[in-house]
Design a protein around this ligand. Structure first.
Ligand SMILES: NC(=O)c1ccc[n+]([C@@H]2O[C@H](COP(=O)([O-])OP(=O)(O)OC[C@H]3O[C@@H](n4cnc5c(N)ncnc54)[C@H](OP(=O)(O)O)[C@@H]3O)[C@@H](O)[C@H]2O)c1
Length: 255
């Protein structure tokens, strides 16, 4: 059990607190956003609302869920100690910059949670892996240690694959619905199919995308034919080009 404090009680802090329900921690959330903080304290035993200073002073692990501009303003005045473990989820706050704001803290790691952390199974890339993210969230979420800040930031790019892939899936759903006349049934079919593929990957622990693709890719089969059409149309190349186009924004070197 740990004393865990959240600074900034917004969307991602709420998801993280919900994801820790039942883990036995004492959790302090900062008073802003007031409605979210009160809701969390009302919904979960072990969650209390406090001022920013109290959150820091009374916690062993402090999770920074502020917008970076706010963090620049408030962090230097808070009572951080050398024995604090600090986890930042702030997307646009480099570790060096953050370290300068809270110079007493050595155990300082960055991670990128997604809203799915509320229910578990959320992949958590972490850099550097000081053990804090794993200790707090590792029981319910896969933690992926990476070697550099650039490698961490690359995960934002992979995250951006979500919308284009969803758009492709929706095209498949729309196509199926046009044949069956049942949009709801089509959506359930396609999403449940993909959910089952990935659920099987998790349970198995081995294999992964290459194994799934090999299983699906019987030469001359429907999957193989459609994949070849997409490759000829340049879909994988377009995705790579789009990802490389994000490099500068992500602080990655040119391809
Ligand atoms: N949302 C996501 O899926 C996600 C995922 C990964 C990382 N992040 C990162 O997490 C951080 C927060 O994002 P978010 O989406 O959770 O934003 P958000 O919902 O706007 O949460 C920010 C919170 O900070 C509070 N706040 C403002 N000023 C404050 C102060 N002086 N002291 C304490 N708290 C203060 C805000 O309260 P008021 O509403 O009262 O202003 C709000 O509750 C960002 O840096 C973002 O990059 C977000």
């Amino acid at each position: 059990m740990a004393r865990i404090g959240f600074l900034g009680t917004g969307a991602i802090a709420e998801a993280m607190v919900r994801g820790l329900d039942g883990a036995g921690h004492d959790i302090l959330v900062s008073e802003r956003n007031a409605a979210t903080a009160q809701r969390l304290a009302g919904d979960f035993a072990g969650v209390s609302v406090a001022t920013n200073a109290e959150v820091v002073a009374q916690s062993d692990i402090v999770i920074l869920c502020l917008m970076s501009g706010i963090a620049e303003r408030v962090l230097p005045d808070l009572p951080f100690r050398a024995d604090h473990k600090v986890i930042s989820v702030m997307a646009d706050m480099p570790r060096d910059r953050l370290a300068a704001l809270i110079p007493d803290v050595a155990d300082l790691s960055l991670t990128i949670p997604l809203p799915s952390i509320a229910t578990g199974g959320c992949p958590l890339p972490v850099w550097p892996d000081t053990g804090s993210v794993r200790a707090v969230f590792g029981a319910r979420n896969p933690v992926i240690a990476v070697e550099s800040e650039a490698a961490l930031n690359a995960h934002f790019g992979a995250c951006a694959v979500s919308l284009p892939v969803m758009a492709l899936l929706r095209t498949g759903v729309d196509w199926l619905a046009a044949q069956t006349g049942d949009r709801t049934g089509a959506e359930i079919y396609v999403t449940a199919m993909f959910g089952a593929y990935f659920a099987a990957m998790r349970k198995d622990g081995s294999g992964g995308i290459d194994t799934l693709m090999a299983d699906l890719g019987t030469e001359g089969g429907l999957n193989d034919s459609l994949r070849n059409t997409m490759v000829q149309a340049g879909a994988p190349d377009a995705l790579l080009e789009g990802l490389d186009g994000l490099r500068e924004r992500l602080g990655l070197p040119p391809a």
